[in-house]
Write a protein that binds this ligand. Structure first.
Ligand SMILES: NC(=O)c1ccc[n+]([C@@H]2O[C@H](COP(=O)([O-])OP(=O)(O)OC[C@H]3O[C@@H](n4cnc5c(N)ncnc54)[C@H](OP(=O)(O)O)[C@@H]3O)[C@@H](O)[C@H]2O)c1
Length: 286
């Protein structure tokens, strides 16, 4: 399978690293800082350099007319300059490509205007893809063949778990829950870590306690047959320490705060999407 990645930053670089380790794909990376990035990825310079390209034009000039999956992993604001690049290279056609966009908020309708093809899939991964524990939401429009669907699924299954949704709009919910989700957990862990001084524990001690508790609680959550409220109730004896702690969280409206945070993130995703798509579609008409 031929897979090319346009944009070798955090997300594109992480996807590349996992695919590269499998040694079963024909990979290409396209990024203006490709030499620096290649060094920072710690790759051997003995590798065939035609794999690496500075821009789309250089890449397409070297491309044989074979079916290729192109993972689009640039920032939303970088799409307008990319559109300019495409417009300049008039002979460039994306007919042989299956484009997988991980660009948050940019709709299929906008992407179709830029690439002039309907062979486009949207994916919403999260940062744990870097450690092979990602969660990726995917939307496949009806025109995508089952072979292309299987190939794209295979990529993201190597990076963690996948969820296929039946409507593009649901990607906003995925963005709010699993896309931003790692930051919610990090924020909670940060709060726990910050209690060290008051508890009279060293940084090293508290780090061990918080990390292992996070791993243990997550393992129980993932493996237990009981629902999560039972797991919580099992740790909470009447009049005990956990009950006191949970009552305090309740006093600060912890659950309502989390719910509102996720709903606000979804609304922000919708609004950002509207702004970005409007801006890019305006530019594509020029
Ligand atoms: N990070 C996440 O958690 C996450 C989660 C889900 C989805 N995403 C999506 O993933 C996309 C990438 O995010 P990121 O955090 O990986 O961004 P990033 O680290 O800034 O990576 C983007 C890379 O693309 C390069 N680039 C820009 N224009 C290009 C072009 N025309 N051709 C080739 N390469 C180009 C950039 O180079 P320069 O720096 O020189 O511009 C940069 O190296 C975003 O759209 C984001 O919405 C990210």
């Amino acid at each position: 399978m031929k897979i090319s990645i346009l944009g070798a930053g955090n997300m594109g670089g992480a996807i590349f690293n996992h695919l590269y380790q499998r040694r079963e794909f024909e990979l290409a990376l396209i990024d203006p800082n490709i030499d620096k990035i290649w060094k920072s990825l710690g790759k051997s310079s003995k590798l065939e350099t035609p794999l690496l390209f500075r821009d789309l034009l250089q890449y397409t000039q070297n491309l044989k007319q074979q079916k290729t999956i192109l993972v689009l992993a640039i920032k939303p604001k970088q799409l307008s300059p990319l559109h300019e690049e495409i417009k300049v290279s008039k002979n460039l056609s994306f007919d042989n490509f299956v484009i997988v966009s991980v660009v948050a908020g940019i709709s299929l309708s906008t992407l179709r205007k830029i690439f002039k093809t309907k062979n486009i899939i949207r994916a919403m991964p999260n940062t744990p893809v870097t450690v092979g524990q990602g969660m990726t939401g995917l939307y496949f429009p009806k025109n995508i063949s089952s072979k292309n669907k299987d190939n794209v699924l295979k990529i993201f299954e190597l990076l963690g778990k996948t969820l296929i949704v039946n409507s593009e709009k649901k990607l906003h919910s995925i963005t709010a829950l699993s896309g931003s989700g790692p930051a919610y957990f990090f924020n909670f862990y940060e709060a726990l870590l910050s209690t060290g001084k008051e508890l009279g524990l060293s940084k090293k001690e508290i780090l061990l306690l918080v990390k292992q508790t996070a791993i243990g609680a997550t393992a129980m959550f993932c493996e237990a047959k009981e629902p999560i409220n039972i797991l919580r109730e099992n740790v909470t004896s009447k009049g005990g320490t956990t009950e006191t702690a949970l009552e305090t969280l309740n006093k600060y409206e912890f659950t309502e705060g989390v719910l509102q945070a996720v709903l606000n993130a979804k609304e922000r995703s919708i609004n950002l999407g509207l702004e970005l798509n409007y801006e890019i579609q305006e530019n594509t008409q020029k």
